[in-house]
Write a protein that binds this ligand. Structure first.
Ligand code: OAD
Length: 232
């Protein structure tokens, strides 16, 4: 029998209980910075050192945090389901929890990429990127993250996955940032849908969703237990 396909759309909230700050819960500041000062192409043009420093700090933090019960529960689903994780997060906590199919819509903190050829990616393994670090073509390396105003190259692949979902779980995202937020509306009409967030996003049409107004670290292990027992 073919396995049912579970698609998880995750955002910063799923990593909050691991100690990673979300984007919009702190007076609109992200680790003390306005997003336009650190996460836009203009910021990079204006002050690449500040941008590199900001992401270097985020990367170092990555190595001080661990996956939480929410990430682990999603990975456990793979024992009975095909699971695709579409994450807006640039951390690697889904992979470290054991998830094997993870699409990073907004890039990955632990990769650097060339500024002249975006197919040239370099694993950092926790190392900083510094001004003067270059690719083989001699161009400065930048973080492999999608900044505001940039295209989201993984969208097409993510949409194709969402469109084949039997079950959709939307967790830990404010659903404010498009195009990623649009994936919450991409599952077939027949799919079962769950939304997990202690503060349900009021602007989003939750019709057809089972809403669980709780933190991911508590709600996901319960939901996963139920889904695993259904699958036998
Ligand atoms: P946000 O910071 O916008 O939203 C985080 C959501 O997580 C909020 O709705 C919180 O209520 C919820 N939340 C907080 N703690 C939680 C917990 N323990 N369990 C479950 N939910 C919890 O983060 P995203 O929606 O991921 O983009 O933001 C989307 C994108 O905007 C990010 O990927 C980033 C950002 O600017 C880029 O950097 C391009």
């Amino acid at each position: 029998m073919t396995r049912q396909h579970i698609v998880v759309l995750s955002g910063a909230g799923i990593s909050a209980e691991s100690g990673v700050k979300t984007f919009r819960d702190d007076n609109g500041l992200w680790e003390g910075h306005r997003v336009e000062d650190v996460a836009t192409p203009e910021a990079w043009q204006r002050n690449p050192e500040l941008v590199l420093d900001f992401y270097n700090q985020r990367r170092r933090q990555l190595y001080q945090v661990e996956p939480n019960p929410g990430h682990l529960a999603i990975a456990e689903l793979e024992s009975r389901y095909r699971v695709s994780v579409l994450t807006q997060n640039v951390d690697n906590l889904h992979e470290r929890a054991g998830s094997t199919e993870v699409v990073h819509l907004h890039g990955e903190l632990d990769l650097a990429r060339s500024t002249v050829d975006e197919s040239r990616l370099y694993p950092l393994k926790g190392r900083d990127i510094r001004l003067g670090d270059t690719c083989e073509l001699g161009s400065q390396l930048r973080p492999h993250v999608v900044w505001f105003g940039e295209a989201v190259p993984e969208m097409e692949r993510a949409m194709a996955l969402a469109e084949t979902a039997d079950i959709l779980i939307v967790v830990g995202t404010s659903l404010f940032v498009y195009p990623a937020a649009g994936l919450a509306s991409c599952a077939p009409a027949t799919a079962r849908r769950y939304l997990i967030n202690p503060e349900l996003p009021a602007h989003f049409d939750m019709d057809g969703f089972t809403c669980i107004q709780e933190k991911a670290g508590g709600a996901l292990p319960d939901l996963v237990k139920q889904l695993l027992s259904e699958a036998g």
